[in-house]
Design a protein around this ligand. Structure first.
Ligand code: FAD
Ligand code: NAD
Length: 406
């Protein structure tokens, strides 16, 4: 029998970790493995808020794919996926077409804009290296421009972040640290700059431990972040953001709206005809798509239900990595002719969120609360552990955050 073609789409946490695990589990002659990604690099999505604020250069976040894959076992194709035809078992790329016996979809997330007027056209999103770099440059340009205009424009210095979920909170934490540096560089008094976080729910970080939410808000407010809580964003224009709070409409003049208020899966999975919810495929226990025994979905494109709460698990890197490890093991079984695949159960080790590089909050090992230096150290430990898994000690030394407290 010919070797099966395994095609992996996307080199985010889900895709690259499937590839890295497969190259350890399979021999050169067991399967033809192809990894497809838009860029020549993998990036750590969990650091993009730092790149967007300008507190960490994006070259720390991205890793050349050829540095982590064994090219004798995996064929890397740099190309953009256009569509998937699961009946014909084909994937259309911008420059070519691939046929597969087994497909792993790890195409990640996109911003969910909920049809809010002007959002797509006028807001930025923290999505990938390109979008993060654009935000950094846009903010810096507005600071630079401010003192070059006779009529000073406050909208250049009002930085508005939509959503106080984990992405929004982590991003304002970085901005709070970055703004004093920008003020110094561009001769702008700190009190002229506003960082405003607008959240629709009655609290920041809805659903998270209230004591830690309070800690986070105090830490951020002490560094000059303003919160608008219970404030639903309704419209974004090139120089303003409109929200509704207590049935009143309010407008903030701003040239910078960063939308961090929700995500969905990649539209390619929707267009493939799979049953989806916000472009996420509700997969079977073994992470395969209903009706397609040869298609696995990992990461943010997959929707899995937490039976304890009867709600979907939140899409996280933590789960994407575990899904990848699991899928590689199941693929090994299939390649070896065993079609009794294992079901996937995520092991949630905790949630830790940074509030800038020197403060953080988290809950680990079920109910242990962390904040301050211990949470900061834990966050770095989690990031460093991932780098070890991805590329061993040399990757850790090259890209790791080796100072645990700063
Ligand atoms: P992604 O990481 O989005 O990767 C998708 C890959 O597919 C990318 O390489 C992309 O280039 C590629 N791709 C996309 N479309 C195409 C195409 N058409 N053709 C070819 N290639 C394509 N989770 C945590 O667990 N802990 C955290 O601390 C944490 N922090 C976060 C901080 C931020 C700022 C953000 C935005 C998210 C954070 N998350 C965190 C969530 C986590 O990043 C995601 O759940 C995770 O990235 C999902 O992994 P993925 O592999 O599904 O997708
Ligand atoms: P999210 O969906 O978790 O949070 C979005 C927030 O935006 C919510 O609080 C929501 O109430 C608010 N919102 C929605 N519409 C709004 C509107 N019109 N106006 C104002 N506010 C509005 O999205 P996220 O924060 O981008 O997180 C996405 C995923 O990534 C989640 O699963 C999250 O757990 C994960 N993540 C994890 C970490 C971490 O573990 N440190 C960090 C970032 C993201």
């Amino acid at each position: 029998m010919k070797n099966p073609n395994i095609v992996i789409l996307g080199a985010g946490y889900g895709g690259i970790m499937t590839a890295v695990n497969l190259q350890k589990k399979l021999g050169v002659n067991d399967a033809n493995i192809t990894l497809v990604n838009k860029h020549s690099y993998h990036y750590q999505t969990t650091w993009l808020h730092e790149n967007a604020a300008g507190t960490l250069h994006h070259d720390r976040t991205r890793i050349p794919i050829k540095d982590v894959i064994d090219t004798s076992k995996i064929n890397f194709v740099q190309d953009t996926v256009i569509s998937i035809d699961p009946d014909a078992k084909k994937v259309k790329l911008e420059d070519s077409e691939l046929e597969y016996d087994y497909l792993v979809i790890g195409l990640g997330f996109e911003a969910e804009t909920f049809g809010i007027e002007g959002l797509k056209e006028n807001a930025f999103t923290i999505q990938n290296i390109n979008s993060a770099r654009l935000i950094r440059q846009h903010i810096e340009y507005n600071f630079a421009k401010y003192n070059n205009e006779r009529d000073k424009k406050q909208e250049r210095l009002n930085l508005v972040v939509g959503g106080a979920g984990f992405t929004g909170i982590e991003f304002v934490g970085e901005l709070a640290n970055r703004v004093p540096e920008l003020c110094k560089e561009y001769d702008i008094p700190r009190e002229n700059v506003r960082i405003i976080n607008v959240e629709a729910a009655p609290t920041a970080l809805p659903g998270f431990d209230p004591e830690l939410v309070e800690y986070a808000m105090n830490s951020l407010e002490a560094r000059g972040v303003e919160f608008k809580i219970g404030a639903m964003i309704k419209e974004v224009t090139p120089d303003s953001l409109v929200f509704e709070k207590d049935e009143q409409r309010e407008e903030i003049e701003t040239n910078t709206v960063v939308w961090a208020a929700g995500i969905r899966g990649n539209p390619i999975v929707e267009n493939a005809g799979f049953e989806t919810n916000r472009a996420r495929v509700k997969v079977r226990e073994d992470l395969r798509v209903n009706e397609y025994d040869d298609v696995f979905v990992v990461g943010d494109c997959a929707l899995i239900i937490n039976e304890e709460t009867d709600r979907p698990f939140p899409p996280t890197a933590q789960i994407a990595i575990q899904m990848a490890e699991h899928t590689a093991e199941n693929l090994k079984k299939l390649v070896n002719g065993d079609d009794h695949l294992e079901g996937f159960t995520p092991h949630i080790q905790g949630t830790v969120a940074s509030l800038g590089n020197k403060d953080a909050i988290g809950v680990v090992f079920d109910d242990k609360k962390l904040f301050g230096w211990s949470a900061t150290a834990m966050k770095k430990l989690i990031d460093n552990r991932y780098l070890m898994k991805l590329g061993g000690v040399s990757m850790l030394l090259k890209k790791g955050k080796l100072n645990p407290f700063g």
